[in-house]
Design a protein around this ligand. Sequence first.
Ligand SMILES: [Zn+2]
Length: 442
Amino acid sequence: MNFVIVGATLPDGKSADLFVTDGVFATEAARGATTIDAAGLTALPGLVDLHTHLREPGYEQSETILTGSRAAAAGGFTAVHAMANTSPVADTAGVVEQVYSLGAQHGYVTVRPIGAVTMGLAGERLSEIGAMAGSRARVTVFSDDGKCVSDALLMRRALEYVKTFGGVIAQHAQEPRLTEGAQMNEGALSGELGLAGWPAVAEESIIARDVLLAQQVGARLHICHVSTAGSVDVVRWAKARGIDVTAEVTPHHLLLTEELARSYDSRFKVNPPLRREEDVHALRGALADGTIDIVATDHAPHPLESKECAWDEASFGMVGLESALSVVQLAMVDAGLIDWADVARVFSSKPAEIGGLAGYDHAFVPGGTANLTLYDAAHQRVFGLGDLRGKGLNTPYLGRELPGRVVATIHNGYPTVLDGELVDAATVAADAVNYTSRNPSA
Ligand SMILES: [Zn+2]
């Protein structure tokens, strides 16, 4: 399927027509190409999420690779990195190849499995890192996310191992002893609400330790979901010393604060917890000045019963794929802190670079694989259940006014979203087979 996309606004603000022919960007329209009127729409390179929980295998009641892929496409994503905390855990070549294959079959997005750092996420011995890297899934990112690699010796060995092939360890920074039973950010409010506190230092101390380990080993380190002003200071310090560290922030940590816990509504219970206003302020500044490299969703779907219960008993996590771009527009673009070229960087080229995903650094260049999103930034909507496309309904934005709407998503040259609606699964799967047969090495 070929496209002429007329009058799109590129991230740099210039208007252009884009041509998609046989899966790649072209310099002119193919005969019989389908026209998409993109007047008033911003064309972004396909969004890349470095931190998605797809839940399959093992927790298919929460999400599947298919439903999570559909949520991602609806949110403007063309690639997601699937976290390893499935059942079985993605700690062997067999599991990551299964996740990779299912993603490729469904075809809504490119699914790149993340491998566990330790067997069973148990934090005792390293997983089959080399076998996963050498598998068909070509894993380059390793994380025990959900859990912290808290053993310093294991962390050091993991960094040494991935250094041999240019991989990266993505750390969920949560000192376990300091956060036993923790329910929300530690401070005056946690005392007032009677909920066990989660101190900022539990995150900051692990980041400080790990940037020093990364420096000593000379390996790449990535910090998941940075949530405190102190963490920003540590990352800024490490970067100034030339340490090879990158960091992500979630959309919810850019917008929401711990005050929402007053409702005892567990939709606002998340790991790491929502923090103070001054943390949100520091995170926004750090994303704007490049101290924080990327936005990642930490999309964490849960079945209703594990959220519709007392705060103490509820699971941690929020869904985020469908709302991510809107929330970043609201918190960052509309606030005048970053522009759309920055959005393209923090949501596409930079996460692709960290994840080792080719082709996202020169978006829209003729000959390059056509991954793009057409976004209507002028649209306003009250975010509702109808905006969710995955299985998880645990969004913190229900009933909240959010800007923007994804009008079209094109993955590997074929549409996954058109006119704001998901293309049906059979059509997308067939287009994916076509793409794979033309690009056997992809
Ligand atoms: Zn995490």
